[in-house]
Design a protein around this ligand. Structure first.
Ligand code: UN1
Length: 497
């Protein structure tokens, strides 16, 4: 199956069979490819080529650059099924979600095409007669992209589509767990480039398959003015100071510990459906996964009962076969989940679910039933992000206490409230409400649309990707003052003669 998919996506066999680094499918633990890891020298050579590509690409008018992204979007539409299936095979999310991820890529391409005609600045009133002042935006340089296994294609596309229309070249280091998806995206982009013609330089976009050494080389290179990295807070803690040390910029999209406040006035049917999708979808491996349910004490028992029923009915199995929950990425993720659940039990929490599934059928695939963990307080375990389907349940009495619990974690990505009380809903998204980058009302915390800015505060890293005015992050801002008079008045009223 992998060969026919890769063939249709245009990836040469030598790229995914030739190397000595094995790529496993989490669906059954079997090898689906072998790639070659690149060393630091090879990465440095790529960066040099990216620099030349940037110098050519920035000369192409922005709306023309948009045309390349439009063609790329067409390729994605044409190959949505194959790329979605590859995402499923390589990272284990269910096919519906694999396709959804490709849809996010298509959507961001559409947004970027429109944006390519709107890279506009400002005109600003000058204090001096006969002067114009304005602000303009210029291409930035080769952009370094680092992405995680759980969303192997969409976050790259959020960055790439915008960075390309903004006139930049790309060097992408995907997770070592999902290199085949990256090779496939690169191949589709190259097809779009071939259709587009000579204006697109050959090394406009490159993929670095590598490990830590390759990543460090990219992060430390002063020719890369911006690093956009998606991954764990631990990764961000290493990347951010290294980039800052050379005065580079970074966009960081790191860990989340996303909560839902469930108020007594809420539509409970809707809330239970939202919890199910956001807590167990993607087997709990989204950065926006619902990890904490802060439920009013008056509805707690009813909600937990309904959730247990819903959890018991959810089908777990091979993500290609129409189930709702696929496997965890690997044995390490499974061990991590187990050890967290053990600690929770030792601390007196009530644990439901969290057992290995289908071990007979898939001895090397790590399927688990999603877990509900009822805790007394928001302790250290709850404050830590475990990348697995564990939903902690906490209860509250008054709304201010619930908001305080929502905010009392180190991460600040996504959050939501389910309430039909307009005062609570508005308070939650007010200055005094949720401290997260995303705060929703009567919608779960995951599954954001690309039109909004995506990212979060505190240990989530502060970066924003996708929609809104995020394109500005991929450009450099310039303030221009033009004197069209015959005088030379100085600012601040200074006389200098
Ligand atoms: C991630 O898990 O890294 O909001 C990104 C969502 C998706 C993106 C998740 N649009 O869940």
């Amino acid at each position: 199956m992998i060969d026919s998919i890769m063939q249709r996506l245009g990836v040469a066999e030598s790229l995914y069979r030739g190397g000595d680094y094995a790529v496993m499918s989490p669906t059954d633990g079997r090898e689906i490819g072998r790639v070659q890891l690149e060393n630091g020298e090879q990465v440095a050579a790529r960066i040099a080529r990216a620099q030349s590509a940037f110098e050519a690409w920035r000369q192409v008018p922005a709306p023309r650059r948009g045309e390349l992204v439009r063609l790329f979007g067409e390729q994605l539409r044409r190959h949505k099924e194959d790329l979605g299936a590859l995402v499923t095979l390589e990272c284990g999310k269910i096919l519906q979600e694999g396709l959804g991820e490709v849809q996010e890529m298509i959507d961001i391409c559409d947004l970027a095409v429109g944006q390519s005609r709107q890279l506009y600045g400002l005109t600003i009133a000058s204090e001096r007669p006969g002067h114009h002042m304005r602000e303009s935006w210029h291409p930035l340089g080769p952009i370094g992209l680092i992405t995680a296994f759980n969303f192997p294609v969409a976050p790259w596309a959020w960055n790439a589509a915008l960075a390309l229309v903004c006139g930049n070249s790309l060097v992408w280091k995907p997770s070592e767990k999902t290199p085949l998806c990256a090779l496939a995206c690169q191949s589709l982009l190259e097809r779009a480039m071939a259709e587009f013609g000579d204006e697109a330089p050959a090394d406009l976009s490159q993929v670095v398959i590598g490990d830590r050494e390759a990543g460090e080389r990219l992060v430390d290179d002063p020719r890369i003015p911006l690093i956009s990295a998606t991954g764990s807070t631990r990764m961000g803690r290493e990347v951010a100071p290294r980039v800052a040390a050379r005065f580079g910029r970074s966009i960081l999209e790191l860990g989340g510990n996303n909560a839902m406040i469930l108020a007594p006035s809420a539509d409970l049917d809707m809330a239970v459906r939202a919890i199910l999708f956001s807590a167990v979808g993607t087997a709990g491996q989204r950065c926006t996964t619902l990890r904490r349910l802060i439920v009013h004490e008056s509805v707690r028992d009813e909600v937990v009962e309904r959730l247990k029923k819903a959890y018991a009915g959810v089908s777990i199995g091979n993500p290609m076969d129409g189930h709702l929950i696929g496997p965890l990425i690997d044995a390490q993720a499974y061990d991590q989940m187990l050890s967290v659940l053990d600690s929770a039990r030792q601390q007196g929490a009530k644990v439901f679910g969290g057992e290995r599934q289908l071990a007979d059928r898939y001895p090397d695939g790590f399927y688990v039933s999603p877990a509900i963990v009822e805790v007394e307080s928001q302790n250290a375990l709850v404050k830590n992000e475990t990348f697995a389907p564990i939903l902690y349940v906490l209860s509250y009495r008054d709304f201010a206490e619930a908001v305080a619990l929502n905010n009392d974690v180190p991460q600040g990505l996504s959050s939501c409230v389910f309430s039909t009380d307009v005062r609570e809903a508005e308070a939650f998204i007010s200055d005094l409400g949720s401290d997260c980058g995303i705060a929703n009302v009567n919608i779960g915390p995951s599954g954001a649309e690309i039109g909004g800015a995506f990212g979060g505060e505190k240990e989530t890293g502060g970066g924003r990707e996708s929609g809104s005015d995020v394109w500005k992050s991929y450009m450099r801002r310039q303030t221009n003052t033009v004197n069209y008079s015959r005088e030379l008045p100085l600012a601040q009223g200074i006389k200098f003669d």
